[in-house]
Each structure stands twice: as structure tokens, then as C-alpha cells.
Design a protein around this ligand. Structure first.
Ligand code: GTP
Ligand code: MG
Length: 460
């Protein structure tokens, strides 16, 4: 794909609403000729004489034949999403009508849009920067409150404006130092080295904070990986099913029923959790079960949260203490969850309450106190600060550019320490600027753009 201006002379069309039958469908056109071509097939007012941001009732006709009664919304350049002339045609939501309308326009020389082409045009015409364009994609795919607010915040420029501002300050220093190069003989200093150090240190802090936020950003997008672990027959699969409200995992009283991972997403309080049911932890001679057990141990290490589940009718305090000890050494946050309250003997419950006041008592089989468990889960991950619109990096490309910015920034600091010559200093600053610019799109390549926009769906 190339992104020259000639290609953007043409007018594009796509269905903007999802495929399939609906009450209405919206077909979108963008380009120089969008309004003119629409006027040729629209019977109603003369669209070319109407003001921007107006809606008009009429029919779309192929020759004499009426295809549908429609509403046409006009957005005259540059007051539109793409900054080009945009027409949105609301038709009845039948796939027959949609196909007929799109075909009619294609016959008139309008080109079917590629995935993400509307957003790409918006970007190329300066509607927003690259990080914001990518946020549009995230927003379309957001399916939880937390990922929605992270994407929305980014689209509004929260993330980019911070980067852009710091980059602008750094550009100032780069030009001052490069200017000094022209005056070597005079030995002047236009850029205070102390101010430069302060700025670079601040930049490093921001970059490192953003890098750290990526882990959480990732979690917001893909769900908090939460492993349910414990002995065979503790009721792990029963708990997964109870949380999901469906019989997803096989439950039986045979120890060692689950051998592979079974996972699914659950929305708790606006945050997506990815619950992973695992093979029960025990020494086993069964080869396949043993593989399952070692995989469980691996999975526990990479989890954000572990639900340690044990059976109140079949576990004693010694064993529980031993397991908790192991979990503490693992270093992953975990909750102690006692299952089968319906079958437990009183003394174990009292013993536990004394020794571990933070144990959560549930009955997965009877679906008891699952709400209490959910509250504790939410408390433990504490995603609150990310719901209030703090800057979070959710995009692997941004993360990559940020990590690559770090190194030249450190070089600038090192250079200041060692009082290297100006040309070296300027070079390291330029390298930092390059990677920072990649994030917001001040520096792009065709490959990069093609790669980003191809991830969108058609019509976006
Ligand atoms: N009474 C009672 N039985 C339960 C409860 N939760 C689970 N069970 C029973 O305990 C047995 C084991 O449950 P599973 O969910 O298969 O246990 P698991 O931890 O997945 O076991 P493995 O897959 O073998 O590691 C089944 O017979 C369940 O019906 C509960 O809260 N109360
Ligand atoms: Mg199981």
C-alpha cells in the first residue's frame, strides 16, 4: 500500500454498521466527489446546494427503479471525520438493499474502502495523530468499562499530548545545541546543560512510567490473568463454572479430572478477568496428568492473581499452611479461598478464622458467597487509578517505541556527565526524538502506516 495524495483523490464507500440484518444500515462515502455522485442517484433536494451537517429524506434510484427510501447526512469538507466531503446514507437494514446501493456507487466510479481507510484519511488529513487513530481501533474493540476508558482517554489525546509536549521541548534543545555547532570558535552556550539535564531526567521518568503502565494497559485490554489453583477435587472446575454461569469445565469426583487449561472471561465491576482453571496440584504417576501439573506451576508464575482453593472437608491446617507458604514464596498476589462450606466440619472453620482471618469461605457447588469472592478479587487488583483516566499504554507499538527511546535518553545523560562534544550530544537527542516521534506519527514510514490501518475493519 502506498499513501500518496493521488490515491486520496478518489472517493471511497463502505458499510459503516455491522454486516447482517438490522433496523437500519449506514453506508458511508468519503472523498472529493462524495456529494456530487450521491446527488446523481438521490431523488429529493439538490444535495450540492445544501449546507453541511444537514439531513435529507429521499429515494436512491438505479435509473427508474427505486432501491430504497433513505436519509442522507451531509458533512462538507473540512468539517467531517476524514476532513473530506462525507455522505452517510441511512437505508433499511437489508443486505440486499445494502449491496444494491454500494454496487450502484461502484458503477459510478466510487471505490470500495480498504480496512481502516476512513480513519487513515482522517490521520493523513491531520484530524488526529497516530496514537489517537490506533485508539479508534481500540475503542471499537473495547468490551469492558476499563478498556473503553483507556481507549477514549487516548483518543482524546491524553497520551499523545504528553509525549508531544516533551518532544517539543527536546526539539528546542536539539536546535540550540546544533546552533552552537555553527559557533564553535566563539565558544558560546545557547542551551543550558543544567536545564537540558532536568528535561531529559523528566522525560526519562515519564517514559519509564509509561513503560510500566503497559503491563496494566495490557491487562485492561486482554483481561487480568487469574489462575484457580489447588489440590485435585478442591472444586476448581466447579468454581469456574459457577462464576461463568455455564457448564464449561468437566466436574467429577475423580481426582485429576482437569488436565489442561480451561479459560474464559468474566466482567467483574467493569474489569475483565481471564479465569484459568488448571490441573490439580499433586504428585502423580500419570504421565499426562504430570504434564498438566507442571504446566499449572508455569501458569501460576505468570498470573496476575491466584485463587488458592482448598476443600474444607478434606484439608487440614498443616497442609493449608504449607501451601500458603509456597504461594508466598512465588510472589504472585493470591487469595485464600475455602470451598465446600456446606460439607465442612465446624472446628476447621474456627481454626482457619483464628489463623488466617483473611480466608474467604464459599461453596462453589451451592453458589454461596461468590459475590463476596468477587469483591475481594476487585480489591486485590485495584485498577481504580486506571479508571480515572490516567495515561495507560495499551499498544505494543507504543511500548516498543518507548523502550527504544529510553536508551538514547540515557546516552544523553551519560554524555552530559562525561562532557562529550556537542555533535555527540546532538546525535543522541536526535535519536530520542526519532523514537518519540514514531509514537505520535511525526515520523512514519509507509510500512508502518499500512500495518497499523490494516488492523481496522472495513468501514472504519
Ligand atoms: N459439597 C460440595 N461439593 C462440591 C463443591 N464444589 C465442588 N464440589 C464437588 O467436588 C468434586 C470435585 O469438583 P471439581 O470441580 O471437579 O474439582 P477440581 O478441583 O476441578 O478437580 P480436578 O480437576 O480433579 O483437579 C465434584 O464432585 C464436585 O461436585 C461444594 O461447594 N460443595
Ligand atoms: Mg477440574
Amino acid at each position: 500500500m502506498s499513501f500518496n495524495l493521488a490515491q486520496r483523490e478518489d472517493t471511497i464507500i463502505a458499510l459503516a454498521t455491522p454486516q447482517g440484518v438490522g433496523a437500519i444500515a449506514v453506508i458511508r462515502l468519503s472523498g472529493k466527489d462524495a456529494i456530487r455522485v450521491c446527488n446523481e442517484v438521490f431523488y429529493g433536494k439538490d444535495l450540492e446546494k445544501q449546507a453541511s451537517h444537514t439531513i435529507h429524506f429521499g429515494t436512491i434510484r438505479n435509473g427508474e427503479r427505486v432501491i430504497d427510501e433513505v436519509l442522507v447526512s451531509l458533512f462538507v469538507a473540512p468539517k467531517s471525520f476524514t476532513k473530506e466531503n462525507v455522505v452517510e446514507i441511512s437505508t433499511h437494514g437489508s443486505s440486499y438493499i445494502i449491496n444494491q446501493v454500494i454496487r450502484l456507487f461502484v458503477k459510478k466510479g466510487v471505490r470500495p474502502a480498504k480496512p481502516g481507510e476512513f480513519t487513515q484519511r482522517a490521520f493523513l488529513n491531520g484530524q488526529f495523530d497516530l496514537a489517537q487513530a490506533e485508539a479508534v481501533a481500540d475503542l471499537i474493540h473495547a468490551d469492558s468499562e476499563a478498556s473503553h476508558s483507556a481507549a477514549l482517554n487516548q483518543m482524546r489525546g491524553g497520551f499523545s499530548s504528553e509525549i508531544q509536549e516533551l518532544r517539543a521541548q527536546l526539539i528546542h534543545f536539539a536546535s540550540m545545541i546544533e546552533l552552537e555547532l555553527d559557533f564553535v570558535e566563539e565558544d558560546v552556550e545557547f542551551a543550558s546543560r543544567e536545564d537540558l539535564r532536568v528535561l531529559v531526567e523528566k522525560l526519562l521518568r515519564v517514559v519509564e512510567e509509561l513503560i510500566l503502565s503497559f503491563d496494566l494497559g495490557n491487562v485492561i485490554k486482554n483481561g487480568v490473568p487469574t489462575v484457580i489453583a489447588g489440590k485435585p477435587n478442591a472444586g476448581k472446575s466447579t468454581l469456574l463454572n459457577a462464576l461463568l454461569n455455564e457448564e464449561k469445565a468437566i466436574v467429577s469426583d475423580i481426582a485429576g479430572t482437569t488436565r489442561d487449561f480451561i479459560e474464559d472471561e468474566i466482567n467483574i465491576g467493569g474489569v475483565i478477568f481471564r479465569f484459568i482453571d488448571t490441573a490439580g496440584l499433586r504428585e502423580t504417576t500419570d504421565t499426562i496428568e504430570a504434564i498438566g501439573v507442571s504446566r499449572t506451576q508455569e501458569k501460576m508464575k505468570t498470573a496476575s492473581l491466584i485463587l488458592y482453593l482448598f476443600d474444607l472437608s478434606d484439608t487440614d491446617l498443616v497442609e493449608i499452611n504449607r501451601d500458603i507458604n509456597k504461594l508466598e514464596n512465588l510472589g504472585v498476589p493470591f487469595l485464600k479461598v475455602a470451598n465446600k462450606t456446606d460439607k465442612a466440619k465446624d472446628n476447621i472453620i474456627n481454626e482457619l478464622k483464628e489463623n488466617h482471618p483473611d480466608v474467604i469461605f464459599i461453596s462453589a457447588g451451592q453458589k454461596e458467597n461468590l459475590e463476596g469472592l468477587k469483591v475481594k478479587i476487585l480489591e486485590l487488583v485495584n485498577l481504580d487509578k486506571f479508571k480515572t483516566g490516567n495515561t495507560v499504554v495499551t499498544n505494543i507499538r507504543h511500548y516498543d517505541s518507548l523502550t527504544r527511546t529510553r536508551e538514547p535518553l540515557l546516552d544523553v545523560l551519560g554524555g552530559l556527565d562525561q562532557e562529550v562534544t556537542n555533535d555527540f550530544l546532538a546525535m543522541d537527542i536526535r535519536r530520542s526524538l526519532h523514537f518519540l516521534g514514531e509514537i505520535t506519527g511525526e515520523i512514519t514510514t509507509d510500512d508502518l502506516l499500512a500495518n497499523i490501518f490494516s488492523k481496522f475493519c472495513i468501514g472504519k
